[in-house]
Design a protein around this ligand. Structure first.
Ligand SMILES: [Zn+2]
Length: 555
């Protein structure tokens, strides 16, 4: 259903997009991208010496110095208005004291939960401690308020000072025509919308005045493993806010499904029944008649982290005031008890890609008409912080930024016959990408794992949120040249299980960068086309970001 709709949309867009087709016979050739150079950048950035590239560590100093040096060597000008390659990003790092216990109480009954084993909690408020004192628990279903779908899980119920318990993901509403599927008209059907993400859930809960927000951990259908949630328990970063983030909930966290079931038994409720009801518009918040108490110390430190920015000025006197941005996050998780989180694929590879795309542009005898920006951003793993800061402090106004082309985890498994465009159908960039991919004898299609909501999980999302269309490609489950049909799926599943966000994300002997080179050549050409085009890329009708495009973009 979704695919058909997208195909129809693509055909409509096709008629309106200027681009390659117009340049008949005089197509600009794809640039050479050297695997050896990519490999060299990844090797340096993911080395032990860089310590896993956590913001605010020596690993940051080494990483941003390396990237700036590479930008300079390939011929980029410093992108920050102060004449440097560095945009300061003020962060606050906070570590909740692990000696904490969460207690549920109901007349005569007490349940004590163990940190990391049963729950994870932290605060995003800049304060030396945080807690909840006998805060009444309220189950708010999926915790979603979405007027466009006539959906409101709060129904005006006052949750101020209370602790809301909510389910992860979008409400799974069955298709009225086929109960085996999800209704494509509500919350994107099988595709996750932003309402399914935990970042949204914490934000709306805080907006409602909740003191505590606890998300129910479930690894199906598309959630993280509990071990990933446990990883949220270390030092967490946030952008420094003038108000110290007092508008966030006092305590945010996750509960294991086992503990949630026990809690509902204690409350005299049936979790499965309420979960089912939560997938309907009729759901109303359910007070659990149980209170939550917790208290913990919160260590804080201020860190001036850095986005690295390089630029190539446009060659057209007028259009050089406008830009196309490339982005990739340089940060990763640093060093923990399990070892150094090397982050070779995630995202030393993406940074390497941006450096090599920059080199290819820099070598052109005639530069593109519009300015090109190259951003290596910080704090992506902490919640897209570097890109969130950038879009609030852009070096070229958002209204004059045509697109963000983001790279997060290059394909290191070989050449492919197809390209996945995450969030396919959202903008005319998809059609530009389709035409470029066709020159490579490749086809493009939408997410093969739409339920995972990848569009909301990397830096292009912050640009989209500010109305700038983003392009982000993926290789998971793709069709690899000369490989069996399940090769792409197996490679992705293996990476997710053994390497993703683990110290074992290192350069492997079997890496094959042919697919990475295909993708980088494609992304280079898309950026080139957009930088030369007669008009701006546009959001598709019905995209949630269309209304956010600043009106003065109209040319
Ligand atoms: Zn990443």
């Amino acid at each position: 259903m979704r695919r058909l709709a997208c195909a129809a949309l693509a055909m409509v867009l096709l008629a309106t997009v200027p681009g390659l087709a117009r340049r008949q016979g005089r197509q600009v050739p794809f640039p050479a991208i050297a695997a050896t150079l990519l490999q060299q950048h990844i090797k340096v950035l993911s080395s032990d010496e860089y310590g896993g590239r956590l913001p605010g560590t020596r690993g940051e100093d080494l990483s941003v110095a390396y990237i700036a040096d590479q930008f300079r060597r390939v011929g980029l000008k410093p992108g920050n208005p102060d004449g440097t390659y560095f945009q300061k990003v003020p962060l606050v790092g906070m570590t909740a004291d692990k000696a904490m216990q969460l207690t549920f109480r109901k007349a005569g009954m007490t349940g004590s939960l163990k940190y990391l084993q049963d729950f994870v909690a932290w605060t995003r408020r800049e304060a030396p401690d945080a807690g909840l004192q006998n805060s009444p628990l309220v189950f708010v279903g999926y915790g979603v308020q979405a007027p466009e779908f006539a959906w409101d899980d709060y129904k005006g119920v006052d949750v101020r000072g209370k602790t809301v318990v909510m389910l992860i993901n979008d409400p799974p509403v069955p298709d009225p025509h086929d109960a085996r599927k999800l209704d494509p008209a509500v919350f994107g059907g099988d595709a996750m919308t932003y309402y399914g993400r935990w970042t949204y859930k914490y934000d709306i809960g805080a907006a409602k005045g909740a003191a505590g927000i606890l998300i129910v951990h479930e690894s199906v259908p598309a959630g993280y493993a509990w071990s990933v949630v446990q990883g949220f328990g270390g030092e967490r970063f946030d952008l420094v806010a003038p108000n110290g983030n007092v508008d966030k909930a006092a305590v945010e966290g996750w509960l294991t499904i086992d503990q949630v079931r026990k809690l509902f038994v204690m409350a005299g409720q049936n979790f499965d029944v309420l979960k089912k009801r939560a997938a309907t518009r009729e759901f109303r918040p359910v007070p659990l008649d149980v209170t939550a108490s917790i208290h913990f110390g919160n260590r804080m430190r201020r860190v001036d982290s850095r986005n690295v920015i390089g630029r190539i000025d446009g060659s057209d006197a007028k259009l050089k005031a406008e830009c196309v941005a490339y982005s990739a996050h340089w940060d990763h998780f640093g060093t923990g008890p399990a070892g150094i989180y090397h982050g070779a694929a995630d995202n030393a590879s993406g940074v390497a890609g941006v450096i090599e795309i920059a080199r290819a542009f820099s070598r052109m005898p005639v530069r593109p008409k519009r300015t090109l920006l190259f951003l290596a951003v910080t704090g992506e793993e902490q919640g897209l912080l570097g890109s969130a800061y950038y879009v609030e402090h852009p070096v070229v106004p958002m209204a004059k930024t045509l697109a963000d082309i983001n790279i997060d985890i290059l394909n290191v498994h070989g050449a492919t016959k197809d390209v996945t465009i995450i969030g396919f159908g959202k903008s005319t960039l998809d059609e530009v990408a389709r035409q470029v991919a066709a020159r490579q004898d490749r086809v493009v299609h939408g997410d093969l794992e739409p339920q995972k909501g990848y569009y909301y999980r990397s830096d292009h999302f912050e640009f989209a949120n500010r109305g700038v269309p983003g392009l982000y490609v993926d290789w998971v489950r793709n069709d690899f040249v000369g490989k069996a049909g399940d090769y792409g799926r197996n490679a992705a599943d293996y990476y997710t299980e053994h390497n993703y966000h683990k110290p074992a994300d290192v350069i492997m002997p079997d890496w094959d960068l042919h697919g990475a080179i295909q993708d980088l050549q494609m992304l280079w050409m898309v950026g080139f086309d957009v930088a030369q085009a007669s008009k701006y890329p546009e959001w598709a009708v019905g995209s949630e970001f269309k209304a956010r495009r600043v009106a003065d973009v109209k040319r």
